[in-house]
Design a protein around this ligand. Structure first.
Ligand SMILES: NC(=O)c1ccc[n+]([C@@H]2O[C@H](COP(=O)([O-])OP(=O)(O)OC[C@H]3O[C@@H](n4cnc5c(N)ncnc54)[C@H](O)[C@@H]3O)[C@@H](O)[C@H]2O)c1
Length: 339
């Protein structure tokens, strides 16, 4: 089988993860990197692939069959539009854009050119997510009543040495909570109301470092999310799901989902329900769903290759990702800043 020729735009932290995944995938071949940094130039030399400082030059010279766009948030849309205008399917890292207006430009361009855009909400490819979705959709939990989500993960101070990560729009609402919002929307349906308080009291950057958010789902379920990139905690998808070995593993749960018939704690997949008797005097039965772990970035790339071959539509396209971004935009708009 001919390998699919891929290029990566933006070979920083997550770009290098994508490169590793391409190199582990026999059906794909990395042909070029586009990234003006000297680290990227050196990496391309080490990998023996072409290097370009300019993405347009790379796209015109290399004509890749697919592109992974792992640039800073503000470049997602212009880089992705440069791909779709050339008819090249693109996997754009999340958030799909730095604002809903710009995401809409990409949605429109993808439609106009008839080119698929997959958005890098990689948790959608995780087998844990699929198992939770199956359980919820089966009705075993009953009507979902409430969900509590935590994303509290202390980023090292040198993470913020990279300037774009300190600039407006790159705070943990847009960079991190957007993952949780996407997953909660996927599992529980659309969110139609939000309330929020943010704080930058600890890091003191223009962006929030912490937030509390209330959510109402169209189904009537309610949710809350607690978010911080400066607090110490074992409660975050990264630390709890063990999906990416760069994060230390803590086998805790960061999503507690409760329905009228049962409850699920994710990602340890503890399923709770009553036996013959129910109500607060009755003991709860607990079962753990055993899920085979496969790196979701590998599954995401396999899916992207199918998208490039025209076999399937993206499981999360720019329009779907825009809905998660609109929730984040609404949270940012209504936030009271407690700093
Ligand atoms: N899916 C995930 O779990 C995940 C994890 C981390 C980051 N991300 C997302 O990936 C994106 C990148 O984050 P990061 O932490 O890897 O950032 P980073 O700063 O480590 O990497 C960004 C790279 O883009 C390059 N770049 C800058 N301008 C460019 C241009 N004009 N053309 C080409 N390359 C350019 C930089 O030189 C750098 O190497 C962000 O949008 C972030 O939200 C996603």
């Amino acid at each position: 089988m001919n390998r699919i020729r891929l290029a990566v735009i933006g070979a920083g932290a997550i770009g290098r993860k994508h490169i590793d995944v391409i190199n582990q995938t026999p059906q794909a071949e990395l042909v070029a990197l586009a990234d003006p940094s000297t680290q990227a130039e050196n990496l391309a030399k080490d990998l023996g692939v072409a290097w370009y400082a300019d993405i347009n030059e790379m796209l015109d010279n290399e004509k890749p069959q697919g592109v992974i766009n792992a640039t800073p948030n503000t470049l997602h849309v212009p880089c992705a539009i440069a791909c779709v205008e050339r008819g090249i399917p693109v996997l754009v890292e999340k958030p799909v854009a730095d604002s809903a207006e710009r995401a809409q430009q990409l949605v429109d361009a993808a439609k106009r050119h008839g080119v698929p855009v997959l958005v890098g909400h990689h948790r959608r490819h995780n087998a844990l997510t699929a198992a939770a979705k199956k359980l919820i959709d089966s009705g075993e939990l009953g009507n979902i009543v409430a969900v509590s989500a935590h994303w509290i993960l202390q980023k090292p101070d040198d993470y913020f040495d990279v300037s774009w990560r300190r600039e407006p729009g790159a705070g943990p609402l847009l960079v991190n909570l957007v993952h949780d919002i996407d997953l909660l929307r996927y599992l529980l349906g659309e969110i139609n109301k939000v309330q929020a308080i943010t704080s930058n009291a600890t890091r003191g950057f223009a962006n929030e470092d912490s937030a509390v958010v209330n959510l109402r789902f169209a189904s009537g379920a309610l949710g809350s999310a607690v978010l911080s990139d400066c607090g110490v905690s074992p409660w975050s998808w990264e630390m709890n799901s063990a999906e990416n070995e760069v994060y230390a593993h803590a086998p805790e749960n960061c999503y507690l989902i409760s329905g009228s018939k049962g409850a699920l704690a994710m990602p340890q997949m503890r399923w709770w329900r009553y036996g013959e008797q129910s109500g607060w005097h009755a003991p709860l039965l607990q079962e753990t769903l055993n899920i085979e772990a496969i790196d979701p970035f590998i599954l995401q790339l396999r899916h992207f290759l199918q998208v490039i071959r025209g076999e399937v539509a993206p499981i999360i396209d720019a329009n779907d990702a825009l809905k998660s971004l609109k929730v984040i935009d609404a949270i940012r708009r209504v936030s009271l800043n407690a700093a």
